[in-house]
Write a protein that binds this ligand. Structure first.
Ligand code: AMP
Length: 216
């Protein structure tokens, strides 16, 4: 089962990917988290993408394919995986389709999670995340039980550097120009399902699982 979660920044892709990953027992691949790890570890990729990510711009396709190609061939991905944040452009979607075809696999479903600007901005401004497992919280609506520490893994909670209003605006612009066209791309292939995100996260997870016919 190969699932893609797409949607604007702050729409809840990370939260839903983690929930689906737990229920379906397949890994959740958050490309943004992989890139942030490279920055932290000061790898060559990290040095290349640091300033690009700070501006809310997109990293080059070559780098993204290097990361994806390596990760989806890991052993834990053989029964499927959930992609959060990839593909983000038509050329990435095209390349990914070819990559899967070459190994006799195909995308099961693409969930397009929808919301509006005001709600997204509010989420981004209050978003705090676990440095260790990537779980997301909100400093008003969804605080961790123990202030500063993740409920799931006890990792340290932090604020992402790109979660400011200014960078959010450039990420939204990037999303509208580059990522939104993927809606039509996957609609044409008959694998796109639109999901309204304005509900509590448990209900959204339930709806996603229902679409997958998952008997959980
Ligand atoms: P995210 O954690 O998914 O919000 O991604 C954070 C940042 O990582 C984005 O603003 C981009 O700079 C970069 N990024 C993540 N996914 C991609 C992708 N598929 N293509 C290019 N850049 C990406």
């Amino acid at each position: 089962m190969i699932i893609i979660l797409m949607g604007a920044p702050g729409v809840g892709k990370g939260t839903q990917s983690l929930a689906l990953s737990e229920k379906l027992r397949i890994p959740h691949i958050a490309v943004g988290d992989i890139l942030r790890k490279h920055i932290k570890e000061e790898t060559d990729i990290g040095k290349e993408v640091g300033s690009i990510m700070k501006q809310g711009l997109l990293v080059s396709d070559i780098t993204m394919f290097d990361i994806i190609n390596q990760r989806i061939h890991d052993d834990d991905c053989k029964n499927g995986f959930i992609l959060d944040g990839f593909p983000r452009t038509i050329s990435q979607a095209d390349g990914f389709e070819r990559l899967l075809t070459d190994v006799g696999r195909r995308i099961t479903v693409v969930f397009n999670i929808e919301s509006n600007y005001k709600i997204l901005l509010d989420r981004i401004k209050g978003r705090i995340v676990c440095k260790n497992c990537g779980a997301t919280y909100h400093n008003v609506y969804h605080k961790p039980q123990l202030d500063g520490y993740c409920d799931i893994c006890e990792g340290i909670i932090t604020k992402r550097k790109d979660d400011t209003e200014e960078i959010f605006n450039s990420r939204i612009e990037e999303y509208n120009q580059q990522t939104k066209p993927l809606i039509g791309f996957y609609q044409q292939r008959g694998i796109l399902i639109n999901i309204d995100s304005n509900d509590v996260k448990e209900n959204i997870t339930e709806r996603l699982l229902k679409h997958l016919g998952a008997n959980i």
